[in-house]
Ligand binder design. Structure first.
Ligand SMILES: Cc1cc2nc3c(=O)[nH]c(=O)nc-3n(C[C@H](O)[C@H](O)[C@H](O)COP(=O)(O)OP(=O)(O)OC[C@H]3O[C@@H](n4cnc5c(N)ncnc54)[C@H](O)[C@@H]3O)c2cc1C
Length: 409
C-alpha cells in the first residue's frame, strides 16, 4: 500500500500571537462537543478532529480557563466533557511534576547518560539518528518523525505510537525520545512530555506499558498504513521490558503569594505564562515590564529554529500587550533591567518546574529584591489533587471549572 504523507495537507506554521490562538479557539469551539468525543483519536490529514491549541496553551498565551470558558459558553458541561477532561490533563501533569521535581531532574540526568552512550556506542548512535531522521523503515514512524520536524506538531495518538515504537520496538532510551520531542514540538512542555513518555514506558502508572499495535494504528489513521507489514515490524508483548521505579512522594502544594501595594513594581513574564490577566484582575499596575524566555533550556542539544522562533514570537506579542521594554533569553539582562528601573519588587506568574522556572530562579538569586510568584486559580484548583493517578483530578472537574471566572478575567 502506498503511504501518502500528511506533508501537503498540514496547516501552515501557527502564527505566534494571542490573536491567532483566539481565532483558532473560535474556529474549534463548534467542534468541541460530540464531534471531538467521537473523532479525537483519529490521526487524519489536517487533524480535523482536535483543536491544535496546544502551542498557545503550553505558553499560556491563551489559558485553560479561557478555552474551557469559551467551550462552556456554547455547550453544556456534559456535552463537552471529553474535551474538558483532555484540557485538564495538562494541569494534572503540571501539578504532578511540580510536586515531584526530582522526576524532571532524573529525566535530565537520564538524558545525559543516554547522550554519553551515543558518544561511545556507534550502533546506538546510528539507530538514534535513523529514528530522528525518519529512516527506520517503519513507514508510519518515519512519517511522524518527518511531520514533527516539519510542522512542530503531532496528533496525540501519533505521539503515543511513536513513543511506544521508539522504546519498545527500536529499544532506544526513552529519554532520547522525550528530548527529540522537546526539541521539535511547538508545545514542548516539561510536564506533559516527560510524564507522557514515562507513561508509555510503564513508569507513570507503574507496570502499565503502552504498546502500539498495528491494527490500532491502521484503524485510527484512515487505513494509510499496511497493517500486516507493520504487524511484523512492531514489538510483541514478550519483547517489552521496562525498568520499574516507584514514584517519589508528592511534596507540599506551593503557596499563592501577594505583592506589596505602593512599591515600585516590575512585571516579569516568561514562556510558561504570557497572558497575566489574573494579575491585572488582582490589581497589579506595574511600573515596568519585561519578558524572559528560555527555549534553549528545553534540551542540551539545539532546539529547532521553529520552536525558537515561535517562543520568541509569542514573547514579543506578549511584550506589546503589556508594554514591556525588554524580551530576552538572558537572566542577567533581566537583573540589569530591574536595577535600572529602580524596582522594589518583581511580580512574575508562577513558573512550574522546567527551564522557565530555572531561568526565573537565576534572576531571583541575583536580585536583592523579592520576586513574587502568585498562583493562578486554575492551578490552585487542580494541583492539590495531582498526587496520584489522573482519576482524582478528573473527579474534580466541576470544582475546577468554578475557577474559570477568577482565572479568565
Ligand atoms: C509521548 C507524548 C508526548 C507529549 N508531549 C507533549 C508536550 O510536550 N506538550 C504538550 O502540550 N502535550 C504533550 N502531549 C500531550 C498531547 O499529545 C498534546 O497536548 C495534544 O496532542 C495537543 O494537541 P491538541 O491541542 O490538538 O489537543 P486536543 O485534543 O485538542 O486537546 C485540547 C488540549 O488539551 C490538552 N491535552 C490534550 N491531551 C493531552 C494529554 N494527553 N496530556 C496533556 N494535555 C493534553 C492540551 O492542552 C490540548 O491542547 C504528549 C503526549 C504524548 C503521548
Amino acid at each position: 500500500m502506498s503511504t501518502p504523507s500528511l506533508e501537503t495537507l498540514v496547516q501552515p506554521d501557527p502564527d505566534p500571537t494571542r490573536a491567532a490562538g483566539l481565532e483558532r479557539l473560535a474556529q474549534f469551539v463548534p467542534r468541541a462537543g460530540r464531534d471531538y468525543a467521537e473523532g479525537r483519536n483519529h490521526d487524519l490529514a489536517g487533524h480535523p478532529h482536535v483543536s491544535g491549541l496546544s502551542p498557545w496553551l503550553r505558553h499560556r498565551t491563551v489559558t485553560e480557563a479561557e478555552v474551557a470558558g469559551a467551550v462552556l459558553d456554547r455547550f453544556a458541561p456534559s456535552t463537552a466533557e471529553k474535551f474538558l477532561q483532555e484540557v485538564l490533563w495538562r494541569g494534572y501533569f503540571k501539578g504532578w511534576l511540580e510536586r515531584r521535581p526530582s522526576v524532571w531532574e532524573d529525566y535530565r540526568r537520564g538524558l545525559d547518560a543516554a547522550r554519553n552512550r551515543l558518544a561511545t556506542e556507534s550502533g546506538l548512535r546510528r539507530a538514534w539518528e535513523e529514528a530522528c531522521e525518519g529512516r527506520t523503515g517503519i513507514a508510519p514512524f518515519d512519517d511522524w518523525a518527518g511531520e514533527l520536524a516539519r510542522t512542530g506538531y503531532l496528533h496525540n495518538h501519533a505521539r503515543m505510537w511513536f513513543a511506544s515504537i521508539w522504546m519498545h520496538t527500536l529499544r532506544l532510551p526513552w529519554e532520547l525520545g522525550a528530548d527529540f520531542f522537546l526539541r521539535h514540538l511547538l508545545d514542548g512542555d516539561p510536564a506533559s512530555n516527560t510524564l507522557s513518555w514515562r507513561w508509555v514506558a510503564g513508569l507513570h502508572t507503574r507496570g502499565k506499558v503502552y504498546r502500539a499495535r498495528a491494527s490500532n494504528i491502521a484503524k485510527f489513521t484512515g487505513g494509510r498504513w499496511d497493517a500486516r507489514r507493520l504487524g511484523h515490524q512492531l514489538a510483541t508483548e514478550d519483547e517489552v521490558t521496562v525498568p520499574e521505579a516507584p514514584p517519589p512522594a508528592p511534596s507540599d502544594m506551593p503557596e499563592d503569594a501577594a505583592w506589596q501595594r505602593g512599591l515600585r513594581t516590575g512585571l516579569l513574564l516568561h514562556e510558561d505564562d504570557l497572558h497575566p490577566d489574573y494579575l491585572f484582575a488582582r490589581g497589579l499596575t506595574p511600573d515596568a515590564a519585561a519578558v524572559l524566555i528560555s527555549p534553549a533550556g528545553r534540551s542540551p542539544l539545539a532546539v529547532s529554529p521553529k520552536v525558537a522562533a515561535f517562543v520568541r514570537g509569542l514573547a514579543e506579542d506578549a511584550a506589546a500587550r503589556v508594554s514591556a521594554s525588554l524580551v530576552t533569553d538572558r537572566p542577567e539582562e533581566i537583573v540589569a533591567w530591574a536595577r535600572e528601573a529602580g524596582l522594589r519588587q518583581v511580580v512574575a506568574p508562577y513558573a512550574p518546574v522546567g527551564p522557565g522556572r530555572a531561568a526565573l530562579d537565576r534572576v531571583a538569586a541575583a536580585l536583592d529584591i523579592p520576586v513574587i510568584r502568585p498562583l493562578r486559580a486554575w492551578d490552585q484548583a487542580v494541583w492539590p489533587h495531582a498526587t496520584a493517578g489522573y482519576f482524582k483530578v478528573k473527579a474534580r472537574l466541576e470544582r475546577v471549572l468554578e475557577a474559570i471566572p477568577e482565572d479568565r478575567s
